[in-house]
Design a binder for this molecule. Structure first.
Ligand code: ADP
Ligand code: MG
Length: 249
């Protein structure tokens, strides 16, 4: 960094403007093979460190937006750039590396039922050839972060929904991703547990990870006052900082 850049980084507004983008979509569109257009004309930039809510009714395109980012779906128009990579130029064999740069959690947790909490998190490291020593160092650290160190030997069925989601979050963080994406992470949780999960996501964001959370939980979005991206019928109809779930003007 030059001294000018350092000076700019020290002042709030310029800092936000110069932060590098983790996600950029340029005119992105998705029309599924059956002819359904799930996204169109989506232009958005998410800089490193942001906490962003992606809101919209069921069917608005939130999950398709997320699938574009992990290249589970390819855009039928426009461009998608994640962590500096234009996903259209990514070779098939580079996709696993991209997905390690992106931690993802889902509404239904998706834990391995026969593995313990520790093993669920460890498995994500094992598949990438991480050493046993590194796994024994890293997994307890992650379980500590999500407040589950005392449950390391439990099976998912012995945990509450909120605890299972915490395991999923720990697992999503194993590769120290540039961005953590959560697709309706509180959709199966009661209000109190939902708040605990939000607090955890905020904490992870404060520690430096960019967080994108798709949700239609109005109460949470309204209380948090973060950046809101609103989708309606596949169009990005609102991109507003410190916003509420619904347009306020
Ligand atoms: N694989 C698919 N094939 C065809 N249409 C799909 C597919 N996946 C989603 N859709 C449609 O695309 C639209 C957006 O879906 P989705 O991205 O799942 O929205 P959300 O997550 O906001 O509920 C919906 O109309 C949905 O039915
Ligand atoms: Mg969805």
């Amino acid at each position: 960094m030059t001294s000018e850049e350092l000076a700019a980084a020290a002042t709030g507004r310029e800092a936000a403007a110069t932060r590098e983008a983790v996600i950029t979509m340029l005119d992105a569109a998705v029309t599924y093979p059956n002819g359904k257009t799930a996204l169109s004309d989506v232009d958005v930039t998410i800089p490193r460190g942001d906490f962003v809510f992606l809101v919209g009714a069921s069917g608005a395109g939130k999950t398709t937006f997320i699938k574009l980012l992990i290249r589970e779906v390819q855009p039928t128009g426009g461009r998608v750039i994640v962590a500096g990579k234009d996903l259209a130029r990514l070779r098939r064999r580079e996709v696993p590396r991209l997905r390690r740069r992106i931690g993802i959690v889902f509404q239904d947790f998706r834990l391995l039922p026969a593995k313990t909490v520790f093993e669920n998190v460890a498995f994500a490291l094992e598949v990438t050839g991480t050493s046993g020593a590194e796994i024994r160092r890293r997994v307890p650290m992650l379980l500590n972060l999500v407040g589950l160190h005392q449950h390391a030997d439990h099976l998912p069925t012995q945990l509450s929904g909120g605890e299972q989601q915490r395991v999923a979050i720990a697992r999503a963080l194993v590769h120290d991703p540039a961005i953590l994406i959560a697709d309706e992470p509180t959709g199966n949780l009661d209000p109190v547990t939902s708040w605990e999960i939000i607090q955890l996501l905020i904490q992870i964001n404060v520690l430096g990870t960019t967080v994108l959370m798709a949700t239609h939980n109005q109460e949470i979005v309204n209380a948090m006052r973060r950046r809101v991206l609103a989708l309606e019928d596949g169009k990005l109809v609102r991109d507003e900082p410190e916003a509420a779930y619904e347009r306020e003007y």
